[in-house]
Design a protein around this ligand. Sequence first.
Ligand SMILES: C[S@@+](CC[C@H](N)C(=O)[O-])C[C@H]1O[C@@H](n2cnc3c(N)ncnc32)[C@H](O)[C@@H]1O
Length: 283
Amino acid sequence: MNEDGSLYAETCDFQKQDASCILDMYSRLLKWGDGDHVMDVGAGEGSVSLEVLLPKLPTNFKELVLADVSSKLLDFARERCDDERVNYRQMDISSRTIPDEFRQHFDHIFSFYCLNWVVGVDENKRAMKNIFDMLKPGGDILFTIISSTPIYDFWENMAKSKRWENYSNNVNNLISPYHHLNNSAETLRRYLEDAGFIIDVCQSQNCCFTFATFLKFLKMALSVNPFFQSLPKDRRAKFIDDHAEEIRKHPKIAIFQDGAGNEALQLSYKILVACASKPLNTV
Ligand SMILES: C[S@@+](CC[C@H](N)C(=O)[O-])C[C@H]1O[C@@H](n2cnc3c(N)ncnc32)[C@H](O)[C@@H]1O
């Protein structure tokens, strides 16, 4: 994804709101103890981990590890927090091995809007298994995964256009593996069960978020756009114009004037929510 941490930090209000709601709804299912070790997989530049998750952890937790494949985004996060209980680890959650010191180490593993970036079926399943292996027996997970969003339609439509096809020819390797499925929650349930989890919740949820201005939405869309950053600088203004046009013509984007005369925008999308645990008798 785009590794511009400051743009993401500026525009991630909907991601923060979603993580906050999900934590408020499902944290009661997690079994908290004294001195718990916690990981946030795909923590990125840290807004959700540090501004939403960290303040909601019980005060007696021992350690929060922010993990991400991007060391650039983790450096951004590290700059923002001097809490000694917070650590940072560059890792690809779908890799074939996990660090030895993380095996059966964590009591709770969270992941918000990361596993939709782990696109291949084998890689997605391996990510679930790696997370399972990093949990202590009895440990638990709470995930959100984007399953369907107009943002993927923007990428696919722009990739089909003559002007942008050369810059976005790997679009299929970037779209959530759950996006084109009718039964995404069933698929996720199967992957989690195959990894060994006992499932408490695995469901699809409809969400929407209102952006106060069209520009705020456009900036958010660019902050997660995987092609924008690698464009030559002199092509970016045109890309932004074409992207804005894609947004305006999308049937699931509602654009309206608010009371103050701003052009506000409502985004509707679907997410998967999973809460599950590792059996106590796992060796
Ligand atoms: C949309 S951001 C989500 C950031 C934050 N969790 C939130 O909710 O706003 C997705 C993050 O997942 C990370 N990511 C993508 N693939 C990954 C992988 N295979 N292993 C670990 N992190 C990954 C990206 O680098 C990015 O920081």
